[in-house]
Design a protein around this ligand. Structure first.
Ligand SMILES: CC(C)(COP(=O)(O)OP(=O)(O)OC[C@H]1O[C@@H](n2cnc3c(N)ncnc32)[C@H](O)[C@@H]1OP(=O)(O)O)[C@@H](O)C(=O)NCCC(=O)NCCS
Length: 186
């Protein structure tokens, strides 16, 4: 498996990435239509962004990660990240995050962040009223059904906030971030 820039001129990879996005989120409330996935993939190719695909030795697109800069490139949002469902838990997601981290560092990034929704009761932050002691709930978070926040924790991210009811009452978005600044550049 190798990781490459998603190249605007590579129609085969672009089509495969669109299909990956549709397939990878198909059971989610916020699933992508083919049209929405096409828009997302094409937007990822804008000049200031990062868009990287993990490709197998036989040329199949197995995973995709996008990076969106803000705060004069100091902060990079992971959006989106998806690994094909039949090849998950083999280190591809981890490799894509590590790759994006280096590229964001090279562009002056200090922070990588991600918003990871809980729309389906996957964590203890869902289906409860998080107000007023939001942080008590955050400190006590539990993974009820394979929510990816633990995937991000394993990559060194910590929870830096939560938006209660972001996806409807009791369906929060969980914000996670990681310092990516090189020791030598401080
Ligand atoms: C989340 C996702 C990108 C992870 O990719 P992956 O290739 O399966 O992850 P990896 O194999 O690199 O996993 C790295 C580590 O995280 C763990 N991990 C992966 N997914 C996890 C989850 N849902 N919950 C808890 N731990 C998880 C792995 O077990 C592994 O642990 P280890 O280092 O102790 O062995 C993938 O499951 C996916 O595409 N999910 C659907 C879309 C999605 O949720 N995207 C993120 C939205 S914010």
């Amino acid at each position: 498996m190798k990781i490459y820039d998603l190249d605007r001129s590579n129609a085969i990879y672009i089509q495969a990435t669109i299909e990956l996005l549709v397939e990878g989120f198909q059971n989610w409330p916020s699933a992508y239509s083919t049209e929405a996935a096409s828009k997302e993939v094409l937007e990822s190719l804008e000049a200031n962004r990062l868009s990287r695909v993990a490709v197998s030795a036989s040329g199949e697109v197995l995973g995709w990660i996008g990076g969106i800069p803000s705060y004069d490139d100091r902060v990079w949002e992971i959006h989106p990240l998806v690994v094909r469902s039949d090849v998950r838990r083999r280190g591809i997601g981890q490799a894509l995050v590590a790759d994006l981290e280096i590229l964001a560092q090279n562009r002056g990034g200090l922070t990588l962040w991600v918003g990871t929704d809980d729309e389906c009761g996957q964590t203890s932050l869902s289906n409860v009223d998080l107000y007023p002691d939001v942080w008590t709930h955050v400190w006590q978070i539990r993974n009820l059904n394979r929510h990816p926040y633990e995937f991000y924790q394993k990559q060194g991210f910590v929870i830096v906030g939560v938006m209660p009811d972001a996806n409807g009452r009791g369906k929060p978005d969980i914000y996670m971030a990681k310092r990516i600044e090189r020791e030598s550049s401080r």
